[in-house]
Design a protein around this ligand. Sequence first.
Ligand code: FRU
Length: 440
Amino acid sequence: MKGQHRLHLKAPDNWINDPNGFIYYKGQYHLFYQYFPYGPRWGTMHWGHAVSQDLVSWEHKGLALYPTIHGDQNGCFSGSAVEEEGKLYLVYTGVHYEVVNPEDPHTCLDDQFESCQILISSEDGFQFDNQNGKEVVIPPIMDPGIGDRTHTRDPKVWRGKDGWYMVLGSTLGEKQGELLFYRSEDLHHWTYVSQATKGPAYGWMWECPDYFPTEGGDVLLVSAMGLLTNEEKEKNQSICFPVDFQEDTCRIQIPDEYQFVDYGMDLYAPQTTLDKEGRRTMIAWVRMPKVTEGGWIGMFCSPRVVEAEGGHVYFRLHPNVRQAYSRKAADVCEIGKDGYMVVVDLEDGEELEIGGYRIFREGNQVCTDRSRVYPGFTGAHLRSETPELRDGCHLEVIVDEHFIEVFVNDGEYVISNAVYGLKNEIRYQGSGEAELWVAG
Ligand code: FRU
């Protein structure tokens, strides 16, 4: 049925990018997203809205936010959600173009725009007063020593011990990515507290920052623009760091070494929230290179539990997804709308091939090759690999028509790739058993 999705939430039609406002609120998960309703391409951003009981089955609920005021005239960019006294609050970036592209009213000419941060609330999570309910809580930043008037966006808000905190992505002089921290007593009035940066080697602008504590340590996620200089891979990549954050000063210590959030290099703009059981759960946008046969483009990865442990950040398959594939099957007949899961251990030199998508072990690395299921591309977009694994090579592979996720050693690393034209077959060359699990 149109409007309902199992496992991976996909664009209802046209175009989606980042997940926004991800929250468990009043008995269900709400997931908003960047949505362009007028065609299968990026343009003036609206917020679409979907809900789920279990993070596995999703239902689209139509539009939540759309441009109505000067500050968001040209787009409601990414942001996050919090709950306070029963109300749902969304904080997002509004953009206003100073010069619209004369050839396309949905884009701006030469980055001539400004950005502000906007608050809007709802009593039930569904109704938002787009006409009268928006409040600009942080106007465009006018001090280039603090942050950028144009490229400051994607507020992530959380409740700390003694108030509300916000982290924004920004750039120092369009040369290095930057974080800006703000504090508030009431979500309406925000005070700038501090900034943090790692230098130009870590990208020129940091989008969609997310900071959160986990039992094994604090974690920072950022989507770094221009991180990779290799022409053949996407230059913008989501990375993560185990960090140390001091709430009273908003000082953050970011190490030099980072991990990719996903080694398939297709995920971007991840956002986390706490699930019903208190697990830190992440969803991210899957960048797809071309419009599907259904006329839509853009989807999300399956939910992942993020945990720091011993200085490493793990992205584990969410238990609800594993539970969704509870019936062991003998053979794959069709991918269908529910997809399936394959569980296998690989020794050096062994290989699992799923519908043309190759997953193989070389020494202590897991490698993937999608050249047979990614038509029209050559070179570095096709092959991915994890860093060296610590011990063993246990794989849980989630397969959907347009997306394959390989969870290695319970989230030590993940490789996920968009695919086109998967065949209904599984081939395994190895000494153990490749188990097939389908929806129960
Ligand atoms: C990341 C991003 C965000 C921005 C949004 C606009 O993909 O560029 O920084 O808010 O997408 O759609």
